[in-house]
Write a new protein. Sequence first.
Length: 355
Amino acid sequence: MAEVSMLDEILRKANDGDASDVHLVAGHPPMVRAQTVMQPLDMPNLTSEDMWRILAGMTNEHQRRHFEQNLDLDFSYEIPGFRRYRVNAHMQRGMVGMAMRAIRTKVPPLATLNLPEVISRLTYLPRGLVLVTGDTGSGKSTTLAAMIQAMNERYRKHIITLEDPVEYTFQSNRCLIEQRELGADMPTFSSGLKHALRQDPDIILVGEMRDLDTTQLAITAAETGHLVLSTLHTVNASQTVERIVDMYPANQQNQIRAMLANTLQAVISQTLFRRIDKPGMVPAIEVMLCTPAIRNIIREARTYEIPNVIETSRSIGMTTLDNAIAELYFNGMISRDDAVAQAAFPDKLDRMLAA
């Protein structure tokens, strides 16, 4: 069997099983994650030679050189007319391993994602910084793509996305959209963002604020009148603010708190749950909006007060993670065990659900 057709067979079987992720490791059969559960496909164990040939069939010469030098490679892979994947190839025990995340080719409308209505309102912001946070696989990219698409259908603006790699592909509708991929179109996020500011953008999507340079440029872009959307691997709004501040040297942290207080518009923190009412996943969303009270808290380094302000501001669209989880449970979408397991305060939520 040719290697590309072997890979095609694996991916088609994974797709038939509605898998979100495919894991290929020498010495094991292809493994998939469906509805959060890992399970093997009914296929033979992969050999080390299989893995090297599969990798060679998916990559170009430049990507293979990068892999040989760094022993890790992030890239996108597409079977035309079928599906796109975000791929990480790596070495483990001297052999190639691969993790592939399925990417929907069509951007889902915001209204279909079970997100709070306030997130749709954020797409009307003229400027500032909006962060979508959560663990890997929590749906951050899908939420951001849906927000970009909503703006694409409404405005006549210039949107630039900086991604690693490009996931959803956009068609310019009313907006002009340019998508730049790390490695292929720019050497680093900070370099891409620095040059994007000279390309007359209105809206900038930064795949991840993963270092100080990128974070500084994203905040500067928001300060200078752009709407900047980005992600962080944090689990709630308080941790998000602290993570950004902690990127800076101690003698600059008061200054960055003031800048962040002025530019941050919202933090959306996502956690995905397996549904029990029907097949699929559903997000629980913590929402922090930057009201004057929140801005003062950020400026004065009182982030421990953020949960209380979110809790008392539900009337304007804010919600804590645990309240969002409780709502999913009471609506019959998720199990009690899953709800408590992923809560910020499990004991408190357990009592709430028992009430």
